[in-house]
Ligand binder design. Structure first.
Ligand code: NAD
Length: 295
């Protein structure tokens, strides 16, 4: 069993750390929120007083932070955590960040004898709680093989996308598609509802028709259609609109760098961004349905 330092215990990181504890690992956790730490301590995690204290002596460090600026600040420029780690430590960053930051941070890690890999996830908060996440890893083969047994405590599908940064590129492609799918699903359901259809009946019809997709199947955006999804709890928890705006921004940056056309992704980014600007940034991203309902 490994000595693990875990930083960032939000909607995703919290349940992921709980699964590592349940699998028998020795997990020292840190988050800026004491409440977030308490949830992991409750099941047997150890609370660290600082990010530094979470990583000192750890064999593996897992981070699950909002964006690239947090990851860079923590490991490199502000908290300088790489310099506090034992050489040989493996750092697995599961946050969704830009590939360039992941590559720069990974290069910095090597100066301290530390290996940094990107391992963003898909599967949402339900997948994090159930330990069924998909991990998309970018990094050397050897580091991937070392990380895999640990990732299997938190996920079901573990992919090696390529070198450092490749995990983030694959994740950004996936989330651009997710943003488009959720906006399209909400738009179609709203059209049906405005024309007198019952959202549950319409959802059942589309689930057996060619409009079937992940959002419709597992994450229906209309309140009351599905139990245990954010739409049925006032869009609380889940994947925040602000984070979807960030990911669609990453997709846009990636498309500019590679001169790829992403008109659908750009439109989705504008929709979620307008929704966030109307004060809904902290709600789950399926609340885009409310945007269509009101417009
Ligand atoms: P969140 O905002 O719920 O959690 C982030 C946590 O990081 C917070 O608890 C915050 O206090 C903590 N944090 C920030 N800076 C810190 C610091 N310096 N030291 C310690 N803790 C710090 O976000 P989330 O939904 O858990 O998402 C985390 C990452 O996972 C994001 O990059 C997101 O894009 C990605 N992601 C989220 C989902 C989802 O469904 N929520 C799914 C896949 C990927």
């Amino acid at each position: 069993m490994a000595k693990v330092g875990f930083i960032g215990l939000g909607n995703m990181g919290g349940p992921m750390a709980v699964n590592l504890v349940k699998a028998g690992h020795e997990v020292r956790v840190f988050d800026l929120s004491a409440d977030a730490m308490a949830k992991v301590v409750e099941v047997g995690g150890q609370a660290a007083g600082s990010a530094e204290s979470a990583v000192v002596g750890a064999e593996v460090v897992v981070s699950m932070l909002p964006a690239g600026v947090h990851v860079e600040g923590l490991f490199v420029s502000r908290d300088k955590l790489f310099s506090k780690m034992t050489p040989g430590t493996l750092v697995i960053d599961s946050s969704t960040i830009d590939a360039a930051t992941a590559q720069q941070v990974a290069a910095k890690a090597t100066e301290f004898g530390v290996t940094f890999i990107d391992a963003p996830v898909s599967g949402g908060t339900a997948g994090a709680a159930a330990g069924t996440l998909t991990f998309i890893v970018g990094g050397p083969e050897e580091a991937f093989n070392r990380a895999k047994p640990l990732l299997e405590c938190m996920g079901k599908n573990i992919f090696h996308a390529g070198d450092v940064g490749a995990g983030q590129i694959a994740k950004v492609c996936n989330n651009m598609m997710l943003g488009i799918l959720m906006a399209g699903t909400a738009e179609a359901l709203n059209l049906g509802i405005k024309n007198g259809l019952d959202p549950k009946v319409l959802s059942d019809i589309m689930l057996k028709s060619s409009g079937r997709n992940w959002a419709l199947e597992l994450y229906n955006p209309v309140p009351g259609v599905m139990e245990n999804v954010p739409a049925s709890r006032d869009y609380q928890g889940g994947f925040m609109v602000d984070l979807m705006v960030k990911d669609l921004g990453l997709a846009l940056e990636t498309s500019i760098k590679s001169q790829s056309s992403t008109p659908m992704g750009s439109l989705a980014r504008n929709l979620f961004s307008l929704h966030a600007k109307q004060g809904q940034g902290k709600l789950d991203f399926s609340s885009i349905y409310q945007f269509f309902k009101q417009s």
